[in-house]
Design a protein around this ligand. Structure first.
Ligand SMILES: [Zn+2]
Length: 75
């Protein structure tokens, strides 16, 4: 995989969020050396955070309840 920062000279669609990368805007050009396909991504893509949403949220209340219960048994 090769990554290059380039400046758009024409409008192109971002491959992450699908929104337009405007002419004059800098974008990331990602190319797989084994395929001729090149991907264009915003430097700070607004669609990128949505990809990370799959992470499970932390559950501190449950842990705290278990800890309190344990402490109660110890007493
Ligand atoms: Zn984007």
């Amino acid at each position: 995989m090769h990554e290059k920062i380039r400046t758009a000279y024409r409008p192109m669609a971002c491959d992450l969020c699908g929104q337009i990368i405007h002419p004059g805007e800098r974008y990331r050009a990602v190319r797989d050396e084994y395929s001729p396909v090149e991907y264009h991504e915003h430097i700070q893509c607004p669609g990128a955070p949505a990809v990370v949403v799959g992470e499970p949220p932390p559950k501190p209340p449950k842990i705290r309840t278990a800890f309190n219960h344990h402490a109660f048994c110890m007493a």
